[in-house]
Design a protein. Structure first.
Lengths: 115, 115
């Protein structure tokens, strides 16, 4: 099976712009989660989508949003970019059978740099 | 609060010597715990997971971890380090009810392997 794919791998934006990142989960996986990784804050949970619905949300401002499509692919959007949004954004997918603790499988990430 | 603490930010070993990366958890219920590895400019790769089936968990690349409830620990070990093991390692805690896919990560331990 192909792994989790994320596009683009690298992005450079300027303050005030918005950005959309894409994630394709492993085939058959229904849950997609997003994490932000920075040197200062480490790995932090952004949100999780399951069956096109946001099921769980981390402690991030409303500028961070996401969605999931019927084929389980997910996008996350960051509006009005700030310098502090520079980070590696990781997407993870899991089967999410809803009755077990599923393993999350991570993609390679998108490196966002805000200038 | 439920969390994981990685006790060392850096661990240095020589090739061929044992590796010990320490992780303590705090949880009011039986946790699900994971170890992930991240090589430079890569996403997270699952090494192993504990979900209460067996306290000694074997993972990939010769790594294993032992869940010790009395010590609230889940330390990662490997009998003999290889140069390719140099990377950052993250202990993670699955937070939430079944069906909610949210990982809480430790701050990471950078493993340095010298020849």
């Amino acid at each position: 099976k192909a792994g989790v794919t994320q596009t683009p791998r690298y992005l450079i934006k300027t303050r005030g712009q918005q950005v959309t990142l894409s994630c394709s989960p492993i085939s058959g996986h229904r849950s997609v989660s997003w994490y932000q990784q920075t040197p200062g804050q480490g790995l932090q949970f952004l949100f999780e989508y399951f069956s096109e619905t946001q099921r769980n949300k981390g402690n991030f401002p409303g500028r961070f949003s996401g969605r999931q499509f019927s084929n389980s692919r997910s996008e996350m959007n960051v509006s009005t970019l700030e310098l502090g949004d520079s980070a590696l954004y990781l997407c993870a997918s899991s089967p999410s059978t809803s009755t077990s603790t599923d393993t999350q499988y991570f993609g390679p990430g998108t490196r966002l740099t805000v200038l | 609060a439920q969390s994981v603490t990685q006790l060392d930010s850096h661990v240095s070993v020589s090739e061929g010597t044992p590796v010990l990366l320490r992780c303590n958890y705090s949880s009011s219920y039986s946790p699900s715990l994971f170890w992930y590895v991240q090589h430079p400019n890569k996403g997270l790769q699952l090494l192993l997971k504990y979900t209460s089936a067996a306290t000694l968990v074997k993972g990939i690349n010769g790594f294993e971890a032992e869940f010790k409830k009395s010590e609230t620990s889940f330390h990662l070990t490997k009998p003999s380090a290889h140069m390719s093991d140099a990377a950052e390692y993250f202990c993670a805690f699955h937070r939430g009810n079944t069906g909610f896919q949210k990982l809480v990560f430790g701050t990471g331990t950078r493993l340095l392997v010298s020849p």
